[in-house]
Design a protein around this ligand. Structure first.
Ligand SMILES: C[S@@+](CC[C@H](N)C(=O)[O-])C[C@H]1O[C@@H](n2cnc3c(N)ncnc32)[C@H](O)[C@@H]1O
Length: 283
């Protein structure tokens, strides 16, 4: 130690051992101190075998304690070491920047104090669900929302695209302190989804990516209105497939045609086809 402190926030990916990228592994093994936050204690023990000084951030969560307070403590613990001059690595499960506020806050705080700080991207639950459920977000679009935020705010939902609701296990927890919420909150969620155009018998998916190589992903398909009595966990993500076809905007398509062939040629000049796999607007 003795140098200038710095902070890297890396992702472990979703599956133990399978998703850790070389740069993230390098950060973990060469840091002065590693802080780890993983949903599974087995994953934390695996990180502990990579470095002599690995400190779990899990004790920041307390029964009934607001997660906001826990997040503040996590940032404070990492920043205390950065200020001491340590090369600090925060290792978070999944992607450190996906539905994870601590790494974003810690990087912003460190930079605001003049320290070098950055984030390494990684495999998130989103990446796993595309592979496990065979979804290509390019086909009809995909909107990702935090489940409680969807309930508490007025949002414009498009039932012709996929809708993915994160943290479904604690949907409606306004105090951000519970480890699960109940049928009453899920009934309100179903009510709102019905109001947004989804039929009650529309098939939705409770999804959990496998986190150990010996496990399989959990894919529970159920009717939307059966969600009320379902039992999502802290690791569940709700995937709602499109409920209706996309509606063509004939007026815009007509205007695009008038833009003429020359514009199209300019737009694609030099392209070797990357990004053109989808016929965005079938004839
Ligand atoms: C705090 S966020 C962390 C997300 C994580 N940073 C990532 O990159 O996927 C927690 C939410 O992620 C989703 N999640 C976590 N583990 C999951 C898993 N094994 N399968 C599917 N979704 C998961 C759930 O929606 C859960 O409520």
């Amino acid at each position: 130690m003795g140098g200038r402190g710095r902070l890297s926030c890396v992702g472990l990916g979703m599956m133990l051992g399978a998703h850790l990228a070389p740069r993230a592994r390098g950060e973990i093994t060469t840091a002065d101190v590693v802080f780890v936050a993983a949903a599974d204690p087995v994953v934390e023990r695996w990180v502990q075998r990579m470095h002599a000084d690995v400190r779990s951030l899990q004790p920041c969560y307390g029964e009934g304690r607001s997660r906001h307070a826990a997040y503040r403590d996590m940032v404070a613990m990492m920043m205390a070491e950065v200020r001491r001059g340590a090369r600090v690595c925060g290792a978070f499960y999944g992607h450190p920047g996906v539905f994870a506020s601590v790494p974003h806050r810690a990087v912003a705080q460190a930079r605001s104090e003049g320290f070098e700080a950055w984030m390494e991207p990684a495999v998130s639950a989103e990446d796993c669900l595309y592979a496990d459920l065979g979804i290509d977000p390019g086909q009809s679009g995909c909107l990702h929302l935090e489940a409680s935020q969807y309930l508490a705010y007025v949002r414009r939902i498009d039932p012709s695209a996929y809708l993915v609701l994160w943290q479904i296990g604690v949907v409606g927890d306004l105090g951000v302190s519970l480890r699960s919420t109940g049928a009453m909150e899920r009934a309100l969620l179903v009510e709102k989804l019905l109001g947004d155009g989804y039929p009650p018998d529309h098939e939705v998916i409770l999804y959990e990516a496998a986190t150990l190589p010996v496990d399989q992903p959990q894919v529970v398909r159920l009717a939307l209105d059966a969600l009320v009595e379902a039992d999502p966990s802290m690791q569940s993500t709700l995937v709602i497939p499109p409920a209706r076809p996309m509606v063509r905007d004939e007026s815009m398509i007509g205007r695009l045609r008038q833009c003429g062939r020359s514009t199209v040629q300019r737009a694609f000049a030099g392209s070797r086809g990357a990004g053109t796999e989808h016929a965005a607007v079938p004839a």
